[in-house]
Design a protein around this ligand. Structure first.
Ligand code: FES
Length: 164
């Protein structure tokens, strides 16, 4: 009677796992987890360990978008585009002291660093402050489409103007 009752309870509870089947499934699950981990590790190991940096060459736009006798800071690229009587040139706007971003102060005709007070002429020449070097000139040229291009990785000797 009790045995018949147990069978009925088991039939109502649905199929059950026996011990052997449970261990087989557990083992297969563990192998699956190990396989996924190994595949992820192998993919990471075989992927090239390359740092993708943006191109150092930037498009600074059309020459006519800069006013005569202007000094324009592009905060994103950290470049000054200077338009003077001799033509265009580009300066690295990062202070040569400790790397702060400098700013153009038209009221005193000076590029000034807000961190420790270095000051530069619009040609990048140091006027005062702790900066050890002038602001570097960057290679600039006109593209075939007539746009001003600057290579941030290419410092040049001063006074090489782009005439438009
Ligand atoms: S970082 Fe510019 S003066 Fe120190």
């Amino acid at each position: 009677m009790a045995e018949e009752k147990n069978d009925r309870i088991q039939a109502e509870a649905g199929p059950t796992l026996d011990r052997r089947e449970m261990f087989v499934r557990l083992g297969l699950g563990s192998l699956g987890v190990a396989a996924v981990g190994t595949t992820a590790f192998a993919y990471q190991f075989l992927s090239p360990n390359v740092l993708f940096e943006p191109s150092p060459v930037v498009n600074m736009g059309r020459p006519e978008s800069y006013g005569q006798d202007s000094v324009t800071l592009d905060v994103d690229t950290r470049i000054f585009v200077v338009r003077g009587a001799e033509g265009f040139f580009a300066l690295n706007a990062v202070c040569t002291h400790l790397g702060c971003l400098t700013a153009w102060k038209p009221e005193i005709d000076t590029i000034a660093c807000p961190c420790h007070g270095s000051k530069f002429t619009r040609e990048g020449v140091k006027k005062e402050g702790p900066a050890p070097k002038p602001l570097p000139w960057l290679r600039m040229w006109l593209s075939e489409d007539g746009e001003l291009m600057v290579d941030r990785s290419n410092e040049i000797r001063p006074l090489q103007f782009v005439r438009v």
